[in-house]
Design a protein around this ligand. Structure first.
Ligand SMILES: Cc1ncc(C[n+]2csc(CCOP(=O)(O)OP(=O)(O)O)c2C)c(N)n1
Ligand SMILES: [Mg+2]
Length: 582
């Protein structure tokens, strides 16, 4: 007996010296400056969440993986570091997959890390706990997808995932970590040597001099130039270069939704209020980090002054984009400028430094005239105080609050609640407006609120349609649990678009209609936050001011006239049945 005990003690010592898969994942993330995980625990990643927290990482646990995923995706957009979403296998993975696809489509760097079941059983389809071939399912919606089977490959797996997420055009990356990997033990010194600190994860990409020259010449030839800023321009974080270019050239510019605030919307060259004048009117358009997708009517058709729905309007395009494949995706691009936006704009600034003439006054005056007319019309509408409150009178309040708190983050989703907020609420700083993005997706709201608060430390204002809010509403508990300074305003018009539809048979509520007079504010009170029911602009103003001052999680149920919205907001034309009705 006496000889056995020391042996056990020695075995224990050796065991204590080993490291494992859990630890290597944490070490690899930390080594690369990743300090936050958005996730939801369960088999096999519960201990990963505990140990990551124990090692000083911020681990934010959500009520649904979709919200954790959206949080990770927008954290990636705001920080240029991959946002990490951590989920369990099959169902948790699938719940996170929507956000992975969203990240890829929106070009946000994100890594979805999911635990998975035993490979041997999954591959023979023998019915394991939460069996699913997750890697195969993730591939079509991810920019890249990897699986790590051995502890000594964790360093490479995480390095590859980081590079794929942030380099070139950013996107969503999937990393599959089977349960068995976490428990694998290896010598800590060996383990440490396998880790990789990624050097220059998103290298600058310098544009070719002849491409810069070509773009500058086309711009110089323009009589009616226009610049369109996309969310790629906001992501690039070269705000002063963009401002220099716009102010030096004197070209009117149009910010896409998440590019609002790159320059203040109150800037004299901002042409947002004259969108339907500048798009068909321009002769040369420079796209900066903006794609000619549906949000810009594919660069053709009536929006651009084309005769028919698919006809070219005659504009010539300069397109600054990091992806060489983007040009010509919809219409001819005369001057593609491929590179990172910062490098492209610096090069362009040098090229146009000498001999640049401001655009003809006939054009800039016409734009200003159109814009001032529309702004005056909007001011009249905003000054009204109808009862019940409508989108305009409520958003007039939000507009003032955002103006008084320009550092606050603005989260926005819905249909009318989205479109009216985008056009009424001016933004004053870069990357403050985060919304439904390329897909016009509902459900990003509360995940975005959590990430925005955590990443920026600033107050967050969320303007939510009542339908939109419902997709992630349970995360108000998450917001209360972490005590985040989030003020949610639910624009409650009793339904999707409007609250007035009827079931023609009289049996059920119409598919677009919710419980009338619902009190979303009570949901916030259930978790210790502040709930306010606001039926007038002054009640709304008071509640929002108090929320910003107190930094307490707050939900204002803003009662909006249920007849005030329009079908699908601004995009009714995309709605087949609505189009037929006309
Ligand atoms: C994931 C997802 N499901 C469904 C839709 C279709 N959709 C577009 S807007 C919207 C909700 C609009 O209602 P609400 O948020 O209340 O905004 P309102 O127009 O009433 O202000 C829905 C369901 C979507 N965009 N995304
Ligand atoms: Mg609604």
């Amino acid at each position: 007996m006496g000889t056995v005990e020391p042996q056990i003690a020695n075995a224990g010592d050796a065991q204590a010296k080993l490291t494992d898969g859990f630890q290597l994942v944490i070490d690899a993330l930390k080594l690369n400056g990743i300090d936050t995980i958005y996730g939801l625990p369960g088999i096999p990643i519960t201990d990963l969440t505990r140990r990551a927290q124990g090692e000083g990482m911020r681990v934010l646990a959500f009520r649904h993986e979709q919200s954790a995923g959206y949080a990770a995706s927008i954290a990636g957009f705001l920080t240029r570091k991959p946002g990490i979403c951590l989920t369990v296998s099959a169902p948790g993975f699938l719940n996170g997959l929507n956000a992975l696809a969203h990240a890829t489509v929106n070009c946000f760097p994100m890594i979805l890390i999911s635990g998975s079941s035993e490979r041997e059983i999954v591959d023979l389809q023998q019915g394991d706990y939460e069996e699913m071939d997750q890697l195969a399912i993730a591939k079509p919606v991810a920019k890249a997808a990897y699986r790590v089977l051995h502890a000594e490959d964790i360093g490479v797996g995480i390095a590859r995932a980081i590079r794929a997420a942030v380099s070139g055009r950013p996107g969503g990356v999937y990393l599959d970590l089977p349960a068995k990997l976490f428990a694998q033990s290896i010598d800590p010194e060996l383990g440490r040597k396998t880790l990789i600190k990624v050097v220059d994860a998103a290298p600058r990409q310098i544009p070719a001099p002849e491409a810069v020259q070509r773009a500058a010449e086309l711009l110089k030839s323009a009589k009616k130039p226009l610049i369109v800023l996309g969310k790629g321009a906001a992501y690039a974080q070269c705000d002063s270069e963009i401002r220099n270019l716009i102010e030096k050239t004197g070209i009117p510019y149009l910010p896409m939704s998440m590019a609002k605030g790159l320059l203040p919307d109150s800037h004299e060259q901002c042409a947002s209020a004259a969108r339907s004048f500048v798009l068909p009117g321009a002769d040369v358009v420079m796209l900066i980090g903006a794609r000619l997708n549906w949000l810009l009517s594919h660069g053709k058709g009536k929006t651009w002054g084309g005769k028919g729905a698919k006809d070219w309007g005659g504009q010539k395009f300069v397109q600054i984009d990091i992806s060489p494949q983007e040009a010509d995706s919809n219409v001819r691009i005369e001057a593609p400028l491929v590179g990172d936006i910062g490098s492209c704009i610096s090069s362009l600034l040098k090229e146009i430094d000498s001999g640049w003439l401001k655009p003809p006054a006939a054009w800039t005056n016409a734009v200003a005239e159109k814009k001032n007319g529309n702004v005056a019309k909007m001011a009249e509408t905003l000054a009204k105080n109808p009862s019940p409150m409508n989108f305009h009178s409520a958003l007039n309040v939000v507009r003032d609050i955002v103006k008084a708190n320009p550092e606050a983050m603005l989260v926005n989703e819905g249909a009318n609640a989205l479109d009216f907020t985008r056009s009424i609420v001016d933004m004053y700083r870069p990357r403050k407006r985060i919304d439904v993005g390329t897909w016009g997706i509902m459900g990003v709201g509360m995940g975005y609120c959590v990430a925005a608060a955590v990443v920026t430390g600033q107050p967050v204002i969320a303007i939510e349609g009542d339908s939109a809010f419902g997709f992630s509403g349970m995360e108000v508990e998450t917001i209360c649990r972490y005590g985040l300074p989030v003020c949610i305003v639910v624009m409650n018009n009793n339904g999707v678009y409007k609250g007035t539809d009827k079931d023609p048979t009289g049996r059920d509520p119409a598919p677009t209609v919710f419980v009338k007079g619902a009190r979303y504010d009570k949901l916030m009170e259930a978790f210790g936050g502040v709930g306010v029911n606001a039926t007038t602009p002054s009640e709304l103003r008071k509640a929002m001011e108090e929320a910003i001052r107190s930094k307490k999680p707050t939900l204002v149920n803003a009662v909006i006239d249920e007849t005030a919205g329009t079908e699908s907001g601004r995009i009714t034309s995309l709605n087949p049945s609505a189009a037929k009705k006309k």
